[in-house]
Ligand binder design. Sequence first.
Ligand SMILES: Cc1cc2nc3c(=O)[nH]c(=O)nc-3n(C[C@H](O)[C@H](O)[C@H](O)COP(=O)(O)OP(=O)(O)OC[C@H]3O[C@@H](n4cnc5c(N)ncnc54)[C@H](O)[C@@H]3O)c2cc1C
Length: 504
Amino acid sequence: MIGAGVAGLRAAIELAPAGQVLVLAKDKPNESSSQYAQGGIAAAVSDEDEVELHEQDTLVAGDGLCDRDAVRTLVQEGPRAIEELLEWGAAFDREGTKLMFGREGAHSRNRILHAQGDSTGREILRSLWQKATAYPSVRLLSFTAITELLESGGSIAGALAYDAWTGDSIEISAKAVLLATGGLGRVYSATTNPDVATGDGIGLAYRAGAEVSDVEFVQFHPTALQLPGAPCFLLSEALRGEGALLRNARGERFMHRYHPQEELAPRDVVSRSMVLEMQRTGEARILLDLTHLPAERVRRFPRIYETCLRYGIDLCTQPAPVHPAAHYAMGGVRTDLDGRTNVDRLFAAGEVACTGVHGANRLASNSLLEGVVFGARAGKAMLDSAAARRLMPEPVRPTLFPRMEETELRSLAWERAGIMRSADGLEDALRRLQDVAWVPHPANATRIECEVRNMHLVATLIARCALAREESRGAHTRTDFPERRLEFQKHSIAKKGNLEVVFV
Ligand SMILES: Cc1cc2nc3c(=O)[nH]c(=O)nc-3n(C[C@H](O)[C@H](O)[C@H](O)COP(=O)(O)OP(=O)(O)OC[C@H]3O[C@@H](n4cnc5c(N)ncnc54)[C@H](O)[C@@H]3O)c2cc1C
């Protein structure tokens, strides 16, 4: 398992009874997006809810591009996945003995389970961790970054790892490999994602010949904290659900100019509105204001409240400066509903995968659920490979690495392939991404060198697919093609050896 977030751990639990499972994390064992997920996990569990309603909400958010079978699988298997988490000790918040269900934007029912208010991911990870490590067959290696997949006659036979403790490269052979490497937010200069989210899984899979789909769809969360010296910390959508208001630099509310749902409009609409409002006022400052709410309602989000306080903002009395930031990748390594890619013995699950479940935009709180539902399915599918014979890995073929400063790369992606895109900007991005020095594979390439290589590739794929998709849909906005177009109600596919993006 490459990755120790919800998807990797859930898959490990499924596979553990069948043989040895190695779970790899490139940093601390719990450094992952899963650990930072605040808002919650969505599933049709409450008496007032129905699987069909969850399905409908997911399809609407996906803006005509969801894979219906994937959505049905997610919502139907969701309630059982929650039961399992409860059995394994996940302590979701309750009112008395009954589970508490919150509401987030674009959900038609209260169906979001949360833990300790805003620490849901941490709690789910804790319970999965406890369950997985109870199996003697599960072993974790932290601070071990996979730098390349190892192949054998077109099948995956293991992976090459950079061991941060020794600085050595180590070869790990495996009967099957699951990519559970999470997101790609670090490709952008502003992101809510942790440092590990450099799109490694996409880079590894693409180089091994796997299809990458819908990578142009990146969700930008509107409200990340923007303070000098502070991390790009997420101020959850649930705050706006609670009544928080957005104000421009003059202190005026502005969302009524852009959408009838105002602050509760879909995330991508709010992000775009903030950009337009900053252009309109000529001031790069937007505030999230909770000062009109009773203090006890603000303190219902203890992690958010304490973090802002640490950086000098008391949300009960002061508005917080915020800006949009790259948050979630709807696209990724193309898989079927069991996590299989088009490459033999290579699987993917969680944020790195693209089952088509999110279409062009993700419904809030569906991704933790995606991790547990599709992680379990991938783990089950990998059981077949567990019975197969081990393959002898071939030596890695040397490749060229792009030499580009990480900050330059991330700014370029933000400016040219970010919230608002156009053919001119995307073509410029592609030119500048290609126009770098290419150097031979450094012996014992370090984690950071490999990350920059992956970010460079992911930025290139995003720009290429965003350029090919001549329409605006979901989280993908083209200023030169502002409308949705029927001929693009298709998934984009990029594959090594084919510079042209294919739509299917
Ligand atoms: C701030 C924030 C808040 C969020 N809030 C919510 C929410 O409320 N509800 C919701 O549903 N979703 C939320 N999300 C999204 C959700 O958290 C993620 O989509 C989900 O947790 C991804 O899980 P994952 O298992 O796929 O990947 P992750 O949890 O990101 O785990 C990735 C793992 O892969 C490892 N890894 C990466 N590259 C390598 C490599 N080369 N070698 C070895 N290991 C590697 C990492 O070390 C890590 O262990 C949020 C995301 C963020 C960033």
